[in-house]
Design a binder for this molecule. Structure first.
Ligand code: ADP
Ligand code: MG
Length: 312
């Protein structure tokens, strides 16, 4: 196995455009996914998530732009694609095959395939190996896709709205298995969803897509470290002036008032902000952690987007 620093780019996508006739579904899309990370691609229906994933998997040919895995072009590159697994709704190799037959085919295609893991996971995905994939319910087909996908031990797992169709127990089991591969083997995951909340607990990077473009990308470490909600109040005498002075020292994203207490969304280092606040002797000073959703609401607002139009 190669030594890795954990910091290198696994997937690089730059300037990818895809037109369907006169309609531009991807419009210069760029993003980077680091090895061993879980990257959430979030955007409303029609944003272009599935089109992008299909272009990445070589199901569609992009009109322009570059997509590489470890620096190697992905398109029509069987060696590279045998390191990637794609789990989605509308694609399964040979649906008339039984699970067992499909597993044999996976074993031929994917060099890291583990029969041992496949048999072990039968305890979780308790579906008869002799059943034909096409005869299973949609949710069971999804289970089989994960069962086979995890057993293939890919370097990269691409999941397009994968949670739809799995019941809550299977959802939890499957996430545990996927995240275990991330932790144990440094597997890289790219996952799309129209729902930010669904992803924020599992992803370490989130990119928001809209109109075929990447609108904003965040590492959750940056988010946690760098944007804060502050509640602050000063003694009545001169409080407005103090607040104005305090905020003039900050990178202020949003401000609202409830009586004498001001709520501020502020960018910057928490210790710096505390030190500045101390100079004005506030009578109330609280720092409240922001959810990822709040961060996006404020930042997208600052960029001229209405969050409600992009995500719910
Ligand atoms: P998402 O997965 O983010 O919901 P899609 O990638 O499926 O979005 O679709 C992005 C846009 O491209 C939509 O407007 C959709 O109608 C259009 N589109 C997707 N596939 C095709 C296709 N094969 N032909 C024409 N238009 C398409
Ligand atoms: Mg889609």
């Amino acid at each position: 196995m190669e030594m890795t620093t954990g910091n290198e780019m696994m997937i690089t996508v730059s300037g990818v455009t895809k037109n369907f006739g006169a309609f531009r579904a991807l419009d210069g899309l760029s993003l980077n996914v680091k090895k061993g990370s879980v990257y959430g691609l979030v955007g409303p229906n029609g944003a272009g998530k599935t089109t992008f994933i299909k272009a990445l998997m070589g199901i569609y040919k992009a009109d322009s732009g570059e997509m590489t895995l470890d620096g190697k072009p992905i398109f029509e590159n069987e060696e590279v694609k045998s390191r990637m697994i794609y789990v989605c709704d509308d694609l399964f190799y040979y649906p008339t095959y039984t699970i067992e037959q499909t597993a044999k085919m996976y074993a031929d295609i994917y060099p890291n395939w583990s029969n041992e893991l496949f048999e072990k996971l039968h305890d979780i995905y308790k579906i008869d190996l002799k059943r034909k994939v096409i005869r299973l319910s949609k949710g069971m087909q999804k289970q089989v896709a994960f069962w086979l996908g995890i057993s293939a031990q890919p370097d990269v797992m691409i999941l397009d709205e994968p949670i739809d169709g799995l019941d809550p127990v299977m959802r939890r089991n499957t996430w545990r298995l996927v995240l275990n591969e991330v932790a144990e083997r440094g597997m890289t995951v790219l996952i799309s969803s129209h729902n930010l909340r669904e992803l924020e607990d599992v992803c370490d990077h989130v990119g928001i897509m809209f109109g075929g473009k990447m609108v904003i990308e965040k590492s959750l470490d940056d988010v946690k470290g760098n944007i804060h909600k502050i509640q602050i109040a000063f003694a009545k005498e001169g409080s407005d002036e103090k607040l104005a002075l305090f905020t003039s020292n900050l990178e202020l994203l949003h401000e609202s008032r409830m009586g004498s207490v001001a709520s501020l969304i502020v960018k910057g280092d928490m210790e710096d902000i505390k030190n500045i606040a101390a100079q004005y002797s506030p009578v109330v000073f609280d720092i409240i952690p922001l959810t990822l959703e709040e961060v996006f609401i404020y930042e997208l607002g600052g960029m001229g987007y209405e969050f409600e139009n992009i995500l719910i």
